[in-house]
Design a protein. Structure first.
Length: 580
């Protein structure tokens, strides 16, 4: 048995327990299939407001708050709490996320409520005494949990921009759904059944996600403990979670079971308002998330790197355009791997990375006839840290002029799959988004750089890219996606199609996507990609690898008529666009 350098000997028993849990349950993460074959694109149009979320009951929770006089920010918060109930694989109250808010006056602000490393975290906490990464520790155990940001972040958004006077009112739809239950879909039933043995092994006490005989479609999922937790938050605000009864239970559980999060960590948690990344191109202005997200910078880089090229002369999925975008992706993701981390801890050279002449220079060795080489694009041995795919996004345009783009995550499906007895919510495993050891591959066979090394109270690098695009200074597009690093490329591809190609939102979302991230040197492409395109890219020297699906984009567009169009992703059966 190898012992972590980080854990003192007296905690050896805790480590043993953690390792047994980590090893005993082969995570079914890898078995996650594409969420069914694409069906009809879920498109809705409305005059005043539009919400697109990954679940109909999430969307409707937001509409309920709008009907009570709430604005887009209030509605967004109600959707998020409802998703913690009806979309527990990624919706959460013990995870984190990023929110972009555009006010009726056109001011765009970014709210960072990403999880933070606990105060007792350290650079080598996932290494054994030989300096080797201990498999599973940063994913499947309580050491994987970052200090959650969701409740504090949602409260901060409401405090600054909410219109509904009582914060607790925004939690009422979620409380009702948790208390009364809701019928689960076939997809959710399958997913819960797949994780059954993991839930059981990691939660040796009753929890609502394990069902004797297994789940089937339309079974009712009730979560009374979560309802009680939400009621406490509704009554006491974030204090219930960070200082009050929830904090107490959570910290006690951590202490007993070998986790790190203390009452002090919870009490000290703060979300941060940040200046969004802003990129002007043509008649458009793109706003997206700054560090600790890598999304905004990479997105802006790819927009600028492709800007001088006559893409419109060729169809979107032509060899010319796909090859060009892959090469822009290669360069943006190489920069991401070296330079990006939490800017509160690491001097991210944002200005230089977004400098137009730097970006033109980056493309100076672009060869339209040949795939580039990632060895040449960036010397060095650092590779990309890649996040998991189990994240989710909601796009909202409210009736009072507020637009919100919000991406949130527990990291893996259901986070670390551990619940604190009596509290009813899953804990994140976001610590795995740090580089456990620069230069050493993580669970996806990839490695990260020192910029994203673990430090107490630091935020782990993310790819979440909530994005808002203006056209001639007016709100035009609100969008985002789950998908780890493919979030960035998915958002990029939809933005490019809708802006430079004038494509309809639903067509842009349903078009097969591709993804390249510098390393490994391969291009993922979705089913439905024209075989001739795959052949021609291979002929240029790209290694083409099929992928069931890439990203699940949810977007709202303001049409020239002033109407709002919402579109979910046909790759995700439950995506739901509805307006009023
Ligand atoms: N955990 C996924 C991300 O933050 O990108």
């Amino acid at each position: 048995m190898r012992q972590s350098r980080f854990l003192p000997k007296k905690n050896f028993f805790s480590l043993l327990l953690l390792l047994l849990l980590a090893a005993s349950c082969r995570s079914p993460e890898a078995e996650e299939k594409a969420p069914q074959a694409p069906g009809a694109v879920k498109v809705a149009e409305a005059d005043q407001a539009m919400i697109v979320s990954p679940h109909p009951l999430g969307t409707r929770a937001g509409l309920e708050i709008l009907r009570q006089g709430g604005n887009g920010v209030d509605a967004t918060i109600a959707v998020q709490f409802a998703l913690a109930v009806v979309y527990p694989r990624a919706g959460n109250i013990a995870g984190g996320g990023f929110m972009l808010i555009r006010t009726p006056e056109g001011k765009v602000e970014a709210l960072d409520y990403r999880e933070m490393a606990p105060g007792a975290a350290s650079h080598d906490m996932y290494l054994d005494e030989k300096g080797e990464v201990i498999p599973g520790l940063s994913q499947n155990t309580l050491l994987a949990v970052g200090v959650p940001g969701t409740v504090q972040g949602l409260y901060a958004a409401w405090k600054k921009y909410g219109q509904i006077e009582d914060f607790g009112q925004l939690l009422q739809p979620a409380i009702r759904l948790a208390e009364e239950g809701f019928p689960i879909s076939q997809t959710e039933a399958d997913r819960l059944n797949r994780f059954d043995s993991v839930f059981t092994a990691r939660n040796p006490y009753p929890m609502p996600f394990v069902k004797q005989g297994g789940w089937k479609a339309n079974d009712i999922l009730r979560q009374p403990e979560l309802a009680q937790t939400l009621r406490l938050i509704a009554k006491q605000g974030p204090d219930a979670f960070y200082r009050g009864p929830i904090a107490e239970k959570l910290a006690r559980f951590m202490q007993k079971r070998g986790g790190l999060i203390s009452r002090e960590d919870l009490a000290a948690y703060e979300s941060v308002w940040r200046k969004p990344v802003k990129k002007d191109f043509r008649e458009y202005t793109l706003y997206s998330m700054p560090p600790p997200s890598s999304g905004g910078i990479a997105l802006a880089q790819m927009v600028e790197m492709t800007e001088p090229y006559p893409m419109e002369k060729h169809p979107w999925l032509s060899t010319y355009n796909t090859h060009l975008c892959i090469e822009a992706m290669r360069r943006a993701f190489a920069d991401r791997a070296f330079y990006l981390g939490d800017s509160d801890f690491y001097p991210v050279p944002e200005k230089q990375l977004l400098d137009d002449s730097y970006l033109r220079q980056r493309m100076s060795d672009f060869d339209p006839q040949r795939a580039g080489s990632s060895d040449k694009v960036q010397q060095g041995e650092f590779q990309l840290q890649m996040e998991s795919f189990e994240t989710t996004h909601t796009s909202v345009v409210g009736p009072h002029g507020y637009a919100v783009s919000i991406t949130t995550t527990l990291n893996s499906n259901y986070g670390c799959k551990i619940q604190v007895p009596g509290l009813g919510f899953f804990l994140n495993n976001e610590m795995d988004d740090f580089s456990a050891k620069p230069g050493v591959p993580n669970q996806f066979g990839l490695v990260g750089a020192e910029a994203n090394a673990i430090e107490p109270h630091k935020r782990m690098l993310s790819s979440m890219s909530p994005t808002i695009v203006e056209k001639d200074g007016e709100l035009f597009l609100v969008l985002g996606s789950p998908g780890g690093p493919a979030i960035i490329t998915s958002v990029f591809e939809v933005v490019m199609q809708v802006t430079r190609f004038g494509e309809s939102l639903e067509k842009a979302i349903s078009t097969p996507r591709y993804h390249h991230q510098w390393l490994p040197q391969q291009v993922w492409y979705e089913e439905g990609t024209p075989p001739a395109l795959i052949d021609s890219l291979e002929a240029l020297g790209h290694k083409m690898v099929p992928k069931k699906y890439i990203g699940l984009v949810k977007a709202v567009q303001v049409l020239p008529s002033g109407k709002l169009k919402g579109a979910g992703d046909p790759r995700q059966p439950d995506d739901h666009a509805e307006g009023m």
